[in-house]
Design a protein around this ligand. Structure first.
Ligand code: SF4
Ligand code: SF4
Ligand code: SF4
Length: 257
């Protein structure tokens, strides 16, 4: 099975996670790695069975490359919050900042030789078949995705929140007990509630739980009880998921219209 691992505008953290999967030897013989941008930026994009794509579309070149990858892949998987939701760099969209204005704020009058734009997720440009969440994804998830394809199956995306793993880990709930602004109730699971294990509230780096699932329970309502208004929670969620199309719909469910 031929695979390609590609990187658009990003920190390369997702590709790095894929490069250092310890158990890769369990499945590596099933795959013929045709393209891995982190290891070599050379190489012509050719047809693959599965293309993993990290990063957001932040330049015209990103868009062209993504379209080329899509044309040459049977299955396209968005890896990480940048590819799935535009990532942290997509937050400018939420703040309504114009790209040129933002560029000037950061770089002054310097010029660049490419056409930049506000970062956007892959599905604004091409069909995405599967999403592998995380910032970066967890090794277990990467192995699960690779292994399911290796046996001719396909991965099921998690549709339950970080809270489920947090309860399983036996952590005290820092939202209920300390009033910390934990986004665990509305963030997709998979990290074993890592931050909460260290007493740090979740900031939603894995992105929102898919809409329409049973994520909404009394715990989510606790946001209100703890005095966190809708705009505050929306801003926290927007750090990683400003471009999640159903963000406001999801918050309406928590807070009511
Ligand atoms: S999702 Fe996170 S780790 Fe992956 S490229 Fe974006 S910022 Fe880096
Ligand atoms: S709100 Fe946060 S601390 Fe409480 S159970 Fe959920 S993830 Fe854990
Ligand atoms: S607890 Fe939240 S912020 Fe921390 S790794 Fe998990 S999803 Fe990301």
């Amino acid at each position: 099975m031929k695979i390609g691992i590609h990187g658009l505008t990003s920190c390369y953290g997702c590709q790095l996670s894929m490069a250092v999967v310890e158990r890769i030897l369990d499945v590596v013989n099933t795959f013929d790695l045709k393209y891995f941008y982190m290891l070599s930026s050379g190489g012509k994009i050719e047809h693959v069975d599965i293309a993993f794509v990290e990063g957001s579309v932040s330049t015209e070149k990103d868009e062209e490359e993504l379209k080329k990858i899509r044309e040459n892949a049977d299955v396209l998987i968005a890896i990480g919050s940048c590819a799935i939701h535009g990532g942290v760099q997509g937050i400018l969209c939420d703040e309504g900042v114009d790209y040129n204005e933002a560029f000037k704020m950061v770089y002054g009058d310097k010029k660049i030789d490419y056409n930049g734009r506000i970062a956007q997720p892959l599905d604004k440009f091409v069909k995405v078949d599967y999403s592998l969440p995380g910032c970066p994804p967890e090794e277990d998830d990467i192995m699960y995705y690779l292994a399911t394809f290796a046996i001719g199956s396909w991965p099921e995306e998690k549709d339950y929140p970080v809270c489920a793993e947090c309860r399983r880990a036996g952590n005290p709930c820092i939202l209920i007990e300390k009033g910390e602004p934990c986004l665990g109730p509305v963030t997709v699971a998979g990290c074993d509630a890592r931050c909460i294990g260290y007493g740090i509230p979740c900031i939603g780096c894995r992105g929102p739980v898919p809409q329409g699932t049973a994520w909404f329970d009394s715990l989510a309502r606790t946001f209100k009880e703890k005095g966190m208004d809708k705009e505050y929670v929306r801003k926290r969620m927007a750090i990683f998921a400003a471009q999640y199309g159903k963000l406001d719909e999801m918050l309406d469910k928590v807070y009511g219209d």
